[in-house]
Design a protein around this ligand. Structure first.
Ligand code: FAD
Length: 361
């Protein structure tokens, strides 16, 4: 891509599932737009998960608008690679204008148009939809002494497969799905210890993505109807007991311990004074919204979020945030949620463009 200045009406930042869902509705509304994606290939975060990562639910529960994800032959729960291939095929099917690799560096305001500065020049749209996900912002909480630990320290974002840890002593930190799923396979080849801040909460064994979908939908409907909050999937627990997690739990590999008090050069020390050596510490401690490119126009608050109403920024209504989590819309960090949220976001953006045009006439 040559450096360029571009005046398309809307720029979507990020070409993962959320960016593509927005693109579908922008295309349908006849908007002149471009998607700028920093990745060199399609698929968003699904290209980067660990080798065994799968969807929690069958393909038909994760549709993007217009064309649903095809079943994966022989697999009830599609692999991450299948989801990434679906996103790539989706882009081609709708000939979506995704430009890559283009990394957005910053966003500036202006009376009529925004300025989106990238490593390939500046775009000047009337509105921006930011859909950069969380993968670029792994959360690495501070643990006393971890900087002195001489073994390997990695985040779940960097984990690919258990093979490289064969025979090692590995401490896995974190009480969510990533930790449980990684431990399930790691514990078969390595000597694992699991540390969590509070006892892990397993969902009932018969809960999978289908049930989560129904619970999230019911919560959404209750909120819209002004009824009491049902708590959604979180009310059931944090960890979905997918088959490998169930198998690991049954062989006793998923017993969690409290967090160590501090780390040493060789391992960790617990509050009762016991000390254990480790070869590696794996932080499965989640992700935060990846938002630095929205500065200087928008800056996240202390909670790492931009204040929004739905997807619309309260600081500048020309900017929408899509994906990231429930705070930008119903289940918006899932495939199906991204699709629903995108529809509303694009309806607001097109209304804004119409107003804009009416004023300049
Ligand atoms: P991403 O897929 O991360 O896409 C963002 C894109 O933006 C990337 O291509 C990135 O390169 C680009 N980008 C970032 N910064 C910039 C920039 N400054 N300029 C330009 N481009 C930029 N969801 C489900 O629906 N079902 C599941 O079963 C499920 N399981 C999951 C399991 C795990 C372990 C995890 C971590 C997530 C899971 N999810 C699941 C959640 C969710 O579907 C993903 O997190 C999803 O990839 C988020 O999509 P996105 O489009 O918002 O962001």
């Amino acid at each position: 891509l040559a450096a360029r200045a571009d005046d398309r009406e809307v720029v979507v930042i990020g070409g993962g599932q959320a960016g593509l869902a927005a693109s579908y509705f922008l295309r349908r509304a006849g908007v002149d737009f471009a998607v700028l994606d920093a990745a060199s290939a399609p698929g968003g975060a699904w290209r980067h998960g660990w080798d065994s990562l799968r969807l929690f639910s069958p393909a038909r529960y994760s549709p993007l608008p217009g064309w649903w994800m095809p079943e994966q032959p022989g697999e009830e729960f599609p692999t991450a690679g299948h989801v990434a291939d679906y996103l790539a095929a989706y882009e081609r099917r709708y000939a979506l204008p995704v430009l890559r690799p283009v990394r957005v560096r910053q966003l500036r305001g202006g009376a009529e148009r925004l300025a989106v500065d990238t490593d390939r020049g500046t775009w000047r749209p009337r509105a921006v939809i930011s859909a950069t996900g969380t993968r670029g912002a792994p959360h690495r909480p501070h643990h006393p002494g971890l900087e002195r630990f001489t073994g390997r320290v990695l985040h779940s974002a960097d984990y690919r497969s258990p093979a490289e840890f064969r025979g090692q002593r590995v401490l896995v930190i974190g009480g969510g799905n990533s930790a449980a799923q990684i431990l399930a396979e790691l514990s078969a080849v390595a000597d694992t210890t699991w540390a969590t801040r509070r006892p892990p909460r397993f969902m009932p064994d018969d809960v999978d993505g289908r049930v989560l979908f129904d619970l999230a939908t019911a919560r959404h409907a209750a909120r819209r109807a002004g009824l009491p909050d049902t708590g959604g999937p979180a009310a059931l627990g944090d960890i979905v007991v997918v088959p490998p997690v169930r198998a690991a739990r049954e062989r006793g590999a998923l017993r969690a311990e409290p967090m160590p008090e501090r780390f040493t050069e060789r391992g960790a020390v617990w509050s009762d004074g016991s000390e254990r050596p480790f070869d590696a510490v794996l932080q499965a401690t989640g992700f935060r919204p990846d938002l630095p490119h929205l500065a200087p126009l928008l800056r996240p608050g202390a909670d790492g979020r931009i204040t929004t109403e739905g997807t619309r920024s309260l600081q500048d209504p020309r900017v929408h945030l899509l994906g990231y989590g429930d705070w930008t819309g119903w289940a918006s960090a899932t495939v199906v949620g991204a699709a629903r949220t995108a529809k509303t976001a694009v309806a607001e953006v097109t209304a804004l463009l119409r107003e804009d045009r009416a004023q300049t006439r």
